[in-house]
Ligand binder design. Sequence first.
Ligand SMILES: *[C@@H]1O[C@H](CO)[C@@H](O)[C@H](O)[C@H]1NC(C)=O
Ligand SMILES: *[C@@H]1O[C@H](CO)[C@@H](O)[C@H](O)[C@H]1NC(C)=O
Ligand SMILES: *[C@@H]1O[C@H](CO)[C@@H](O)[C@H](O)[C@H]1NC(C)=O
Ligand SMILES: *[C@@H]1O[C@H](CO)[C@@H](O)[C@H](O)[C@H]1NC(C)=O
Length: 762
Amino acid sequence: MALLAPGLDPRSLLGPALFWLFLLPLPLTAGGGGQGPLPRVIYHAGDGRRGLSLFHQKGLQDFDTLLLSRDGGTLYVGAREAILALDIQDPGMPKLKNMIPWPATERKKSECTFKKKSNETQCFNFIRVLEALNATHLYACGTFAFSPACTFVELQDSYLMPISEDKVVEGKGQSPFDPAHKHTAVLADGMLYSGTMNNFLGSEPILIRTLGPQPVLKTDNFLRWLQPDASFVAAIPSTHFVYFFFEETASEFEFFEKLHTSRVARVCKNDVGGDKLLQKKWTTFLKAQLLCAQPGQLPFNVIRHAVLLPATASADARVYATFSSQWQVGGTRSSAVCAFSLKDFKRVFEGKYKELNKETSRWTTYGVPEISPRPGSCSVGPSSDKALTFMKDHFLMDEQVVGTPVLVKSGVEYTRLAVETVQGVDGHSHLVLYLGTTTGSLHKAVRSGDSTVRLVEEIQVFPEPEPVRNLLLAPAQGAVFAGSSGGIWRVPRANCSVYESCVDCVLARDPHCAWDPESRACRLLPTPIPKSWRQDMEHGNPQFACATGPMGRSRQPQSRPEIIKEVMAVPNSIVELPCPHLSALASYLWTHGRARAAVAEASAAVYNGSLVLLLQDGAGGLYQCWASENGFSYPVVSYWVRSQDQPLALDPELAGIPRERVEAPLTRVGGGAALAAQRSYWPHFLTVTVLLALLLCGALLLLLASPLGALRARGKVQGCGTPPPGEKAPLSRKQHLQPPTDRRTSASDVDADNNRLGPEVA
Ligand SMILES: *[C@@H]1O[C@H](CO)[C@@H](O)[C@H](O)[C@H]1NC(C)=O
Ligand SMILES: *[C@@H]1O[C@H](CO)[C@@H](O)[C@H](O)[C@H]1NC(C)=O
Ligand SMILES: *[C@@H]1O[C@H](CO)[C@@H](O)[C@H](O)[C@H]1NC(C)=O
Ligand SMILES: *[C@@H]1O[C@H](CO)[C@@H](O)[C@H](O)[C@H]1NC(C)=O
């Protein structure tokens, strides 16, 4: 992330540079932020290994708002002009319990169109608030064709009762006017705290408390507690406070361009507003800057979403938030997840203030006031006029709340997140983050202890790229629900069966999965946790976790294959031995014979991970594809290749290993079957030559198609031309097959389509 990287306008650098100089005495280093962690496994849309189910219904769209029932068995969904109750108790597709329409009235719709809003995309009732008020009622608000409205929805046995029009009330401040505007709302102690835009134009943000017995309180618009572009993303209640997370233009820094900043604001739940001063206004509103940045780098200054991970016996409560940046460095967007401790919020909100000097329009630091109780603290009893006067102008804290970067990843923008802790076999808690992206995929990120975050998997949930609008973790169902424009997707937290061996199960380091030695399967960890199950979250080392026998007697559980695939082939034919690449974090290597020698250079090439083998004299025997991951090597697949003409004696060392006869996987190059039928040597030999040349040139062309490959292959290519048909050139080993000494492919050699085009074909 060099500061003068191409794609970054030098003018736009001034802002951030000054910003940084202003904030921290850190040098502006040109350190590279890097790619961030790679997902170990990527599932494309529709991959059967990650079976997802979709609820959708004709005529319904924009499944934006999600609410889980108290018993966790029903999912309430706010869509466009309708509220749904879905039964999610059974795995598989959520079942519709019932649906109640809640359209904006025709009058509101025509007013909306009259005000030049679209009757096709905007003048509808988009549900924005859906909260459980009590055991019998939900509270719902929607944009109602640019005229926000709210209503109570009665529940009977978690079925939704129809909304009668006379129960619909005005919802200004609770729902935005414009479906494109951000909003947040949370119900705490029977009161609704919401943050959104309070006018048609979307220029007047508000943070308001409604419902319940306490007076309605608002932010003061005139005092500019919020910038006109404040955009709310989350609200989190605690015992005494409600925290709001939002983004707005920073007024405290003066720069050439609009500088975004992320904020946390705090109000007291027991605030009752002022008497003479600050009537019906918050008397406890305070806000502070949130900082999510890697040392010496541009901050991630745009908050996208925030969630609370409540305190546990061993850890304090934390807020996890996703951020993106206002600046695109090198043309790619990047994202960060930062963790904030509630203790830091408390400390900052109890520290110094910033004060605007009205003459110079500059913000200066103001110390702690000598007013007791301290203004803005949740003290009971009426506040003095002095304290209220102070609060009117001192709402911005001097210090910023600094977050700890948990995950930084470029090339991706996270829109929503859900978080949980999962207990592993070792009894430790592991942090799991589910992150939805702007392109409709989901990242499962895991952190054990203070180690770096790993991406266990990436799942493309939506078939078409569109942002994940909402994400809800339903722990009782073991699933994450994601809302899109077309429906609700259910994503099981894990599918442990995709890890077919103990080694893969342990290397995956998914805290939900462990190897059950009894059933010899990677399975979802039940409660109570069976102590005999194998997992190594901390190191991901299968050497010990998968060792068999008492105290891991066999220290190399991996070197002996579990099954050998027997391949019978015609001499001088070409066979292709596939090797499934289970992990993007592993590097792969083919060996021949038990001595684990690299495959003979002259008779083989690795193409797309598969070994393409010319079966000549002495080329039979054991072929193994080894994966190296996390410092551990194991055979992914083992083949015993033998030719029909020269039967090979079975290696005594391999006795006892189960064998499975597989069809000679002749290379997919056409004419394979005909080739096998050939008996005469010369035509056969010729065909092989031509086929090999074609294969190699095809591979080279593919290699050359990528600029990187072109660089690598430059200078090595000469000599490869399709031999003219009929040319009786003897098969020159050197010319046609010249694998380099290093046959490894690694994650870095994987192109965008996950085709492995390593340096092996040269
Ligand atoms: C889990 O993975 C296994 C093995 O790939 C597959 O057969 C199964 O259908 C998957 N199950 C789900 C629910 O995705
Ligand atoms: C929207 O309004 C236009 C004319 O103003 C009309 O032609 C069109 O049918 C309307 N669309 C819908 C979905 O009502
Ligand atoms: C729930 O709230 C609604 C709306 O305020 C009220 O009518 C109803 O009586 C409440 N129910 C219970 C069980 O408190
Ligand atoms: C590479 O191998 C994978 C499976 O191993 C296959 O799906 C893919 O089509 C292959 N790509 C090419 C270019 O042959």
